[in-house]
Design a protein around this ligand. Structure first.
Ligand code: IPE
Ligand code: IPE
Ligand code: MG
Length: 237
């Protein structure tokens, strides 16, 4: 099972307590460890965490800098532990505007864990679904230009393979914390048939109990993928 999480509400969590937004982000970052750890027990094979969007650069410079500092800290401090837990870490998004030291840490974590067989962890850093689609279109167009591909080779499967998530399953469930009911440019192609859970809890309040409840709710749903799926009673007939 693949779960995507839009980790929202850090700022509001802090503001409600009279604290600086960055304190909320700090709390939010410390949640990640706990959530990553419980995935194997909950049957989650792939976890995609939306950490920073292509639109988040619009925030105040000190907030962006604070977030980058937190990413740096998370990547540096969790390298050994993630590898020890057999987690395979990959990054999705456009890395090019990130600072060189963050890029080095990302590459270190990716290459160290690439043969791990436990949880697949995708960290969406400077990620935007539209940006990802445009980069994939460019990659395919270049292959057509150089005759590596013909126009008729372009299928949904081929296009998917050129996205940052190429080769991975689409998310089965997308969870968004903190009450907003929107996708905010997260996995717009991959979410075509995802189920959604919009939770009231903010990301710093997210707990294993909340996660487990969202998964139980997901498992009780019937996914039809456009077909007509008979109910259990009808199947028995
Ligand atoms: C999510 O929390 C973290 C990022 C977007 C990086 P927010 O910072 O969006 O928190 P709210 O939505 O303002 O409460
Ligand atoms: C989405 O949250 C991005 C991340 C969680 C990284 P935002 O807080 O940026 O989304 P909007 O602005 O409310 O749509
Ligand atoms: Mg937000």
């Amino acid at each position: 099972m693949h779960v995507g999480i839009i980790m929202d509400g850090n700022g509001r969590w802090a503001t409600r307590r009279g604290l600086a937004r960055l304190i909320g982000h700090k709390r939010g970052a410390s949640q990640v460890k706990k959530v990553v750890k419980c995935c194997p027990d909950l049957g989650v094979k792939t976890l995609t965490l939306y950490a920073f969007s292509t639109e988040n650069w619009k925030r105040a410079a000190h907030e962006v800098e604070g977030l980058m500092k937190l990413f740096r800290g998370y990547l540096a401090n969790n390298l050994v532990e993630l590898h020890g837990e057999n987690v395979r870490v990959r990054f999705i998004g456009d890395p090019s505007p990130l600072s060189p030291d963050i890029l080095i840490l990302m590459e270190k974590l990716r290459s160290l864990t690439e043969n791990n067989t436990g949880l697949n962890l995708n960290i969406a850093l400077n990620y935007g679904g539209r940006d990802e689609v445009v980069r994939a279109v460019k990659a395919v167009a270049n292959k057509v230009k150089t005759d590596e591909l013909s126009v008729d080779d372009i299928t949904e499967e081929l296009f998917s393979a050129h996205l940052d998530t190429g080769g991975q399953n689409d998310p089965d469930l997308i969870i968004r914390t903190a009450g907003e009911m929107r996708i905010s440019n997260f996995m717009i192609w991959q979410s075509a048939y995802s189920e959604f859970a919009f939770l009231q809890e903010s990301w710093p309040e997210f707990s294993l109990a909340v996660f487990d409840k969202a998964l139980q709710n997901y498992h009780a749903r019937t996914r039809q993928f456009g077909a007509v799926v008979p109910k259990n009673t009808e199947l028995a007939e």
